[in-house]
Design a protein around this ligand. Structure first.
Ligand SMILES: NC(=O)c1ccc[n+]([C@@H]2O[C@H](COP(=O)([O-])OP(=O)(O)OC[C@H]3O[C@@H](n4cnc5c(N)ncnc54)[C@H](OP(=O)(O)O)[C@@H]3O)[C@@H](O)[C@H]2O)c1
Length: 321
């Protein structure tokens, strides 16, 4: 069998021969992988920098995917923390962490969208008590996950949806996908703070993919412009594209009813994630979310790795196409 194999955390996976996986428990199923998304989470897995990394090598990257096993069913699966990922002709899945898809589902669309969509879907469903009509602000809304977060917020009936990002063209396009207002991260810090503050006086939930210094600046802007300090503000930390550490001003926590929570592996249990898979997979296969994809054969995995930095499309590896 062939796989993308990481033998050093400093270099991209290489297309290499690898021993085929075997089922070892009653819930295990070996599947032929049809599509596996190259998400930022997969990049950090392959570079050993993710917080779940065990430094074990060699490893096959890939945290999820779509595959078909000997039972003939098409499944989306999420892998547990393993060194045998989905960027391989075959992998072994735990059927309890999978959802059976309609047979005519597009494996590429599902593999591309589940991870970025799950980030906001699970945050709104499992980390806070979100209800229709509440107002949402999305930080780093022009990435794959942020772009779908705007659409997930709309899907769940959000009132105002404010999209914040640094790419003017992609930000503008979000108004066709549900954003009711946009804030471009351009200009002086004071300018940006003023515009974020003005757009978020009635924000209930922040879906934060940014973190770092820009998060602290945005937090100050949002908190100091609230129309009603007693209105609950739920700040959900989901990603950290702008930096792993944010200097949170103490006054922000005292001056309004602010709660900061994280959403990801660990803060959401596997059981809670699995509970959301059927509805999310159905929304994706129904075409609810708009996401552009780019596919690569498994043999081109090194090229896919190199191209990741230069595309806003979600890269999907198709090992058995
Ligand atoms: N917790 C979870 O469950 C979960 C699940 C999925 C993803 N995530 C995390 O969410 C984050 C985003 O994922 P993704 O799939 O959307 O990644 P992505 O498609 O690569 O998008 C990242 C976005 O962040 C923007 N960005 C990067 N640095 C920035 C900065 N300093 N200021 C403003 N914008 C900046 C990029 O803008 P440009 O295009 O302008 O560079 C891009 O639009 C990652 O940290 C990922 O690990 C978390």
């Amino acid at each position: 069998m062939f796989a993308g194999v990481v033998t050093s955390f400093d270099s991209a996976p290489r297309y290499s021969r690898f021993t085929a996986p075997e089922a070892s428990s009653e819930h295990d199923l070996v599947v032929n992988v049809l599509a596996a998304g190259l998400h930022p989470r997969v990049r950090s897995q392959a570079s050993g920098s993710h917080y779940t990394s065990t430094d074990e090598l060699p490893l096959i990257p890939g945290v999820d995917g779509v595959g078909r096993g000997a039972d003939g069913l098409l499944r989306y699966f999420v892998l547990s923390d393993t060194t045998f990922g989905s960027m391989a002709e075959q992998t072994v899945i735990d059927t309890r962490r999978s959802v059976v898809l309609p047979d005519d589902s597009d494996p590429v669309a599902v593999a591309a969208a589940m991870n970025p969509a799950m980030s906001s879907w699970v945050a709104l469903r499992q980390r806070i008590s979100f209800s229709a009509g509440q107002n949402v602000l999305v930080l780093a809304a022009t990435g794959s996950a942020g772009r779908i977060a705007v659409q997930v917020a709309k899907h769940f009936g959000a009132g105002q949806i404010v999209a914040v990002g640094r790419d003017a063209e992609r930000l503008d396009a979000l108004t066709h996908l549900g954003a009711t207002d946009t804030v471009l991260l351009e200009g002086t810090p004071d300018d940006i703070a003023e515009r974020i503050g003005r757009a978020s006086t009635e924000t209930d939930v922040v879906l934060d993919y940014l973190w770092g210094e820009p998060m602290a600046a945005a937090l100050t802007a949002v908190v100091s412009n609230r129309a009603d300090e007693s209105r609950l503000l739920s700040w959900i930390e989901i990603g950290s594209v702008a930096g792993p550490v944010a200097p949170i001003p103490s006054a922000a926590l005292r001056s309004c009813r602010l709660q900061i929570v994280g959403s990801g592996q660990g803060s959401v249990s596997p059981r809670e994630i699995v509970a959301e898979l059927p509805a999310l997979a159905a929304a994706i296969t129904d075409g609810t979310f708009d996401l552009t994809t780019r596919t690569y054969a498994l043999s081109d995995i090194e090229t896919a790795w190199a191209d990741f930095e230069h595309t806003s499309e979600r890269i999907v590896i198709t090992p058995n196409s």
